[in-house]
Ligand binder design. Structure first.
Ligand code: HEM
Length: 395
């Protein structure tokens, strides 16, 4: 997401407001419906692939990736055959933090040549598949207005200002902003629910069954799914469980530049002076773990974010998507994505952890989630260790 900001295209007011409309209202509904169709298809395909084996073994993170990698990219970018660059995406995603290191170019080339190759490959592919597709009609029918708008816009700039490489890089940054955070978010949302008390998951399953069962069916094409989509808002426990997950696992650093000399009073004795133009890095996660704001902050409480349980201070301090003018424009899409992914999984799959003592530790212990340390600060970090599971389709 920092590369996006670095490109500077989002920094003018008019642009910020124009592109955001493609991630809200009617367009958001359309994106969510399309995503649900792709997730349904991904599950149906998986079921067919394993028709003869009842249980499928994999990692929980792998399951989240399987649900969302192809589905999210197709929803935003259209039918551009995401699986053909999945290998390069995995290399890029698992090393993205390295790209922020201030190494000289030759170090990158020598030590991280596969990362640099993967990144260049993705940049080229994403440019070509948006600007020289095999089938333009198919692309226009399937890609989102959001991605179309952004690509059309970049083409209006002269090549000296926005080069082909910039357009590809921008698309890669956007793609990563969209899925690099939602895949880990789905992992953590499932992880907390599946390792938590049975009573909690039962409440959420009941809600899904009550409000979303038609929308997330695997066997029939959607009918009246517009209405079904409105039911997403009725799943208040699911919504709260997802916000609680985000509170625990969202670790994005928010970058800003100070616009005028500012004095902040820290306490009775101390003040902090920030000068105009100084760079500021905010770490909202700090307030997410502040026990003065969130009681027992290291504990996962699925109902903490139910409207009746929230006070003003908690609402103000909850910043998984940043805040202010540059708040994540994809936040509603992200929430819908996590909700429907969790709903599809809980509704259709039986999941068992292969490591049987999984239920005891992380919830009981007072500690931060078991993140991949190198990814803290870049959004939602994947887990340090993959959790092996097996799943089967419910009859
Ligand atoms: C759980 C998932 C997500 C999380 C935690 C997340 C978080 C963030 C954060 C913290 C920022 C920086 C905000 C700031 O500077 O104040 C950001 C920016 C951004 N995000 Fe997200 N995001 C998620 C999903 C998405 C999705 C699904 C999309 C697109 C469909 C998206 C598109 C963007 C874009 C374009 C920016 C740059 C905005 C700008 O510079 O004005 N994000 N995101």
């Amino acid at each position: 997401m920092y590369v996006v900001i670095g490109l500077g295209l989002f920094e003018t007011n008019d642009l910020t407001h124009e592109y955001v409309q493609y991630l809200q209202g009617k367009e958001l509904k359309q994106l969510t419906l399309t995503l649900a169709q792709h997730i349904r298809q991904a599950l149906v395909n998986k079921g067919r692939e394993h028709m003869h084996s009842e249980w499928i073994e994999c990692g929980l993170f792998e399951l989240s990736h399987m649900l969302l990698f192809e589905s999210s990219i197709k929803t935003l970018y259209g039918d551009i055959d995401p699986l053909s660059f999945e290998r390069e995406y995995r290399i890029f995603d698992s090393n993205i933090h390295v790209l922020m290191y201030p190494y000289p170019t030759f170090i990158f080339k020598q030590l991280y040549s596969s990362l640099i190759k993967a990144k260049q490959f993705l940049i080229k592919q994403l440019y070509e598949r948006q600007h020289h597709p095999h089938d333009q009609d198919q692309l226009d029918r399937t890609r989102s207005l959001f991605v179309k708008f952004m690509n059309d816009l970049m083409c209006k700039y002269p090549e000296q200002t926005v080069s082909i490489n910039d357009i590809g890089s921008f698309n890669l940054a956007l793609l990563w902003s969209a899925i690099g955070n939602t895949i880990p978010a789905v992992y953590w949302a499932l992880f907390y629910l599946l390792t938590g008390p049975t009573a909690t998951i039962d409440i959420i399953k009941k809600e899904i069954q009550q409000h979303l069962s038609l929308f997330i069916r695997l066997d029939i094409p959607d009918e009246n799914n517009d209405y079904q989509l409105d039911q997403l808002d009725k799943c208040v426990h699911l919504d709260s469980a997802i916000d609680e997950t985000l509170r625990l696992v969202a670790t994005a650093m928010i970058l800003r530049r100070c616009s005028k000399d500012t004095k902040i009073t820290l306490d009775a004795e101390r003040t902090l002076l920030i000068k105009k133009n100084e760079a500021i890095v905010l770490f909202p996660c700090a307030s997410h773990y502040d026990s003065r704001i969130f009681h027992n902050p290291f504990q996962y409480k699925h109902d903490r974010f139910l409207p009746a349980n929230l006070n003003v201070e908690q609402k103000r301090s909850f910043l998984p998507f940043g805040g202010g003018k540059f708040i994540c424009p994809g936040r509603s899409m992200a929430k819908n994505t996590i909700k429907i992914s969790v709903a599809f999984v809980l509704q259709h799959l039986n999941i068992e952890f292969l490591n049987s003592d999984i239920r005891t530790p992380p919830l009981a212990k007072e500690k931060i989630p078991d993140f991949q340390n190198s990814r803290i600060g870049y959004g939602i970090a994947p887990p340090r260790e993959e959790r092996r599971i097996r799943y089967s389709f419910k009859q």
